[in-house]
Design a protein. Structure first.
Length: 132
């Protein structure tokens, strides 16, 4: 059984006091497993069939790109001393700041809009990068 990789771990990785080697190893895994042409997928592998609600591939939490959690990943990257990588990643997410999620293959946007959580997370990430 393949283990899923989820971008949610960035919520933990962005905290103070996390072992720097663990933070870097986890960020490298996220980058290698979740990078797409446009942004990061929220999880991999994409689930073909799930319950209780049916969500298509690369939609919402089924492999969709979440700009707000990408902003949290940028905070973790900055704390790991990877400010350049954080700035590059945030620049991919900024065009989608108003959306809850984006299909990373088709770039179709979905969910709540304007997504205020995403706007706030993006602001915090940009400020963190700017100060680093």
């Amino acid at each position: 059984q393949m283990q899923a990789v989820t971008q949610d771990i960035c919520l933990f990785l962005s905290l103070e006091g996390i072992d720097s080697k663990r933070r870097i190893r986890s960020l490298d895994t996220i980058k290698s497993k979740l990078s797409r042409t446009s942004g990061r997928a929220a999880m991999d592998p994409v689930i073909k069939r799930q319950a209780p609600i049916m969500v298509g591939e690369y939609c919402y939490q089924n492999g969709g790109f979440w700009p707000w959690i990408t902003a949290i990943e940028c905070n973790a990257l900055s704390k790991a001393g990877r400010t350049g990588e954080a700035a590059e990643l945030i620049s991919e997410a900024i065009p989608y700041v108003d959306y809850e999620w984006v299909n990373p293959i088709t770039l179709a946007c979905g969910g709540a809009t304007p997504f205020k959580t995403g706007i706030a997370a993006m602001y915090v990430a940009c400020e963190h990068i700017r100060r680093s």
